[in-house]
Design a protein around this ligand. Structure first.
Ligand code: PEP
Ligand code: MG
Length: 410
């Protein structure tokens, strides 16, 4: 199930899906989350076990697939669904509220989107901004590159609909599990470590410049921030930013309006960049931590591979130390830090990220209201007290049980 497919699923007919392969942060799973389609990925065997006509429970909350449940079990799950719907109705009351912790600190809750159509869901779920617009979906499911004007319309639409709220647009991040067959790139042995994202854009500059021009032209319609994906070295960031500035100058010379002061940032999703965050922080306007990739590269565990899913550990102290280092490095330079990996919306991670000082949490739209409800109960000052303890623990399990105990999470 490639990531472009869930984007086209019709919620009216598709009540859920389950796959044999894939991880929680594969793009199919991410798309399912934003469409609110219950999904369980990486079951290894579901397609061999299920037959046409079977009744299947897909419990996306707890990652369970149950084939032909007994009437009692079915009734239990009907109740579970009803409880979840009731909980959602409670969360919905927070849709117009600001996200303020119990001690009065504002944190920004933003949405991750893949297409302009997703803005509706982001706003309906109370997003205070867009923390990640994955522009690659504009390039996927078609047979040629989108034109500058097509892209301009997409970016302008998002900016206008967000009506002055911040919109962080990520430049093309193709590669890994997101393919563009029409670019006819040679197959690679390790696509997640290969010729992708900013690496490809710095080489295929016509394509990159077209996207940057579309973004710059759209910038006057809202509050645009631009970030580059998969930055590993300072040199890559400098090159990408220089190209952006060249295109900006060229547009201004032609008399095309471009917004002043567009913030330019980067994803921190490669461990080298996280380690060097103090150097990057001097040159960027902001960081957005991409834990989906940062975890897979730090743990050397493919985010798509269910067989090594046990190593894909967001709460591993190695990951938390990297995140903490990135946040501290940025703050020392007066820069803000967001997180747009799936971890930002995870109820166990949220108290930790608050403790580490994260400024902006960007997540699937459907996670925003539960996160807001949770943050209202947490005091930042109290959370900050656990920082040292969490960072000194030895294993992910220890972190999870410590956080659950401290914040009375189920
Ligand atoms: C990430 O890597 O955490 C991220 C947000 O980007 P993507 O999931 O698109 O790789
Ligand atoms: Mg990534």
């Amino acid at each position: 199930l490639p990531p472009s497919d869930p984007a086209q699923l019709n919620r009216q007919y598709v009540k859920g899906f389950a796959t044999d392969i894939g991880g929680r942060t594969s793009h199919s799973a991410i798309m399912a989350r934003s469409l609110e389609i219950p999904a369980v990925v990486g079951t290894k065997t579901v397609t061999a076990e299920v037959k046409n006509g079977d009744i299947v429970i897909v419990d996306g909350l707890d990652g369970q697939v149950i084939i032909n449940p007994s009437p009692e079990l079915l009734a239990q799950y009907e109740q579970k669904r009803a409880r979840y719907e009731a909980q959602k109705a409670e969360w919905a009351k927070l849709v117009h509220e600001a996200t303020v912790t119990a001690d009065g600190i504002h944190v920004e809750l933003a949405a991750n989107i893949g297409t302009p159509d997703d803005v509706k869901g982001a706003l309906a779920n109370g997003a205070e901004g867009i923390g990640l617009y994955r522009t690659e979906f504009l390039y996927m499911g078609r047979s040629e590159l989108p034109t500058e004007d097509e892209q301009f319309v997409a970016y302008k639409t998002v900016l206008e609909q967000m009506n002055g709220k911040p919109v962080v647009v990520r430049t093309l991040d193709i590669g890994g599990d997101k393919e563009l067959p029409y670019l006819q790139l040679p197959k690679e042995m390790n696509p997640f470590l290969g010729f992708r994202a900013i690496r490809l854009c710095l080489e295929m500059q016509d394509m990159f410049r077209t996207q940057l021009r579309a973004l710059l032209r759209a910038s006057v319609y809202g509050n645009l921030k631009i970030m580059f994906p998969m930055i590993a070295t300072l040199d890559e960031f400098r090159q990408a930013k220089a190209i952006l500035l060249e295109e900006k100058e060229a547009l201004l010379r032609q008399g095309v309006a471009v917004a002043d002061g567009i913030e330019v940032g980067m994803m921190v999703e490669i461990p080298a960049a996280a380690v060097m965050a103090d150097q990057f922080a001097k040159e960027v306007d902001f960081f957005s931590i991409g834990t989906n990739d940062l975890i897979q590269y730090t743990m050397a565990a493919d985010r798509m591979n269910e067989r090594v899913a046990y190593l894909y550990q967001p709460y591993n102290p190695a990951i938390l130390r990297l995140i903490s280092h990135v946040i501290d490095a940025a703050h020392r330079e007066g820069k803000w830090v967001g997180m747009c990996g799936e971890m930002a919306g995870d109820p166990i991670a949220i108290p930790i990220l608050l403790a580490l000082g994260l400024d902006e949490f960007s997540m699937s739209a459907t996670s925003i209201l539960p996160a807001r409800a949770q943050l209202k109960q947490l005091a930042k000052e109290e959370a900050a007290r656990i920082k040292e303890t969490v960072l000194s623990l030895g294993t992910a399990e220890e972190v999870v049980s410590f956080v659950k105990r401290t914040f009375s999470l189920a």
